[in-house]
Design a protein around this ligand. Structure first.
Ligand code: FE
Length: 370
């Protein structure tokens, strides 16, 4: 193809794409494109670049772990498909995909907590995916039954206690945290945070609205201070003796244990991890996960990417990168995480506490959980 006929193609395609553009601007674009082709060394290169550009997925991710970069690079190496990463908190990404509408460049949305994935699904931002690979690798309770989203790693919401003040034998269930024996001894992050909404959503599934509200009221009555700070802040303050116990996601604890900072090591030495509800339904499990965006332009590549995340090597990397548990059976876990011991997991489908999110918020609000 000569540059002249290429120019014609470019002009035609520009015409199709942008009928409202002025002729002047179209010509400018066409000339610019041809100039770019000339600089990179001709048509062959142009087509090669175009082909490569077509093999890119846009990943909107609320995960922010350095280790994930190696995972994306591994995908490109394996498939030739590049991963263009857009990072932001989940609510920002969800809003962005909403406002971009049909023109969104997003192919995959990754976030933490089934509550966030549920919100994205509810807003109609995800499309169903049917993949034997995904279904075989991911347990049914850790994915949407219709394939709108899939869990790729999991975390447990555990009790962290001050070893000087609490003996593990005194601990039992989330429900027991509403017992007046814990008055003034518990701290928590706010009810605004999706982790506590999902936990409350799991109690709603187990007990219904009235009992869960009574529980939340009892829990709030036991708070040593108004809710504030993130999960790590709760752990630090329990170690400092501001309260006797809190509840946090598992991965925050190995972060402190592995830290080289003396102040973190001191915190780690003070605290113990307890898995609640081992004699009944098991400890609340949540996921980090993702799905294919409804208006994805690269659907096939997006599915390929999700499937890649379930391979044993990537499962190990994903989980270790943030001290999480892999979703795939038989994948080794981080030794510090493993040192907390084996435990019974609540097998409640993540969809259920996702769906319960709105009611959980109301229950927490009525209970005065700030
Ligand atoms: Fe977190």
């Amino acid at each position: 193809m000569s540059y002249a006929s290429l120019l014609k193609v470019v002009l035609n395609s520009e015409e199709r794409k942008a009928t409202k553009m002025t002729i002047q601007r179209r010509v400018f674009l066409a000339v610019g494109t041809v100039a770019a082709i000339a600089t990179v060394g001709g048509l062959g290169n142009y087509l090669a670049v175009q082909a490569q550009a077509n093999r890119t997925i846009n990943l909107y991710s609320a995960r922010h772990y350095d280790s994930d970069t190696a995972i994306y690079a591994g995908f490109t190496q394996k498939t030739g498909i590049r991963v263009n990463l857009i990072e932001a908190p989940a609510d920002k990404l969800i809003e962005r995909i909403k406002s971009e509408g049909a023109n969104t460049p997003a192919d995959v949305l990754m976030t933490v907590d089934a509550g966030n994935l549920w919100r994205a699904q509810e807003a109609g931002l995800l499309q169903p995916v049917s993949s034997r690979t995904l279904q075989a690798a991911i347990p049914a309770n850790l994915r949407d039954p219709k394939g709108h989203w899939f869990g790729f790693s999991k975390r447990a919401r555990v009790i962290v206690y001050n070893k000087d003040r609490v003996k593990p034998a005194q601990l039992s269930t989330y429900e027991d945290l509403a017992n007046p024996k814990w008055k003034g001894r518990i701290i928590s992050r706010t009810s605004n945070h999706v982790y506590n909404q999902s936990l409350t959503g799991s109690l709603l599934a187990a007990h219904g609205g009235a009992k869960t509200e009574t529980w939340a009221k009892g829990l709030v009555a036991n708070f040593a201070r108004p809710p504030q700070g993130n999960d790590t802040a709760q752990i630090r303050d329990v170690a400092a003796g501001i309260a006797d116990l809190t509840f946090v996601n598992t991965y925050y604890v190995p972060r402190l244990i592995k830290s080289n900072k003396p102040e973190d090591k001191a915190v780690a030495a003070k605290i113990g991890v307890f898995f609640p509800n081992q004699k009944d339904r098991g400890t609340h499990i949540n996921i980090s996960g993702g799905g294919v965006v409804k208006n994805a332009k690269n659907r096939e590549a997006a599915v390929q990417f999700l499937e890649y995340l379930t391979t044993p090597e990537v499962q190990a990397m994903l989980a270790r990168g943030n001290n999480e548990y892999p979703v795939r059976a038989g994948v080794a876990i981080d030794p510090v995480l493993a040192s907390f011991g084996k435990f019974k997991e609540d097998k409640l489908n993540a969809t259920v506490f996702g769906r319960n999110n709105a009611e959980a918020l109301k229950v927490m609000d009525r209970a005065g959980w700030k």
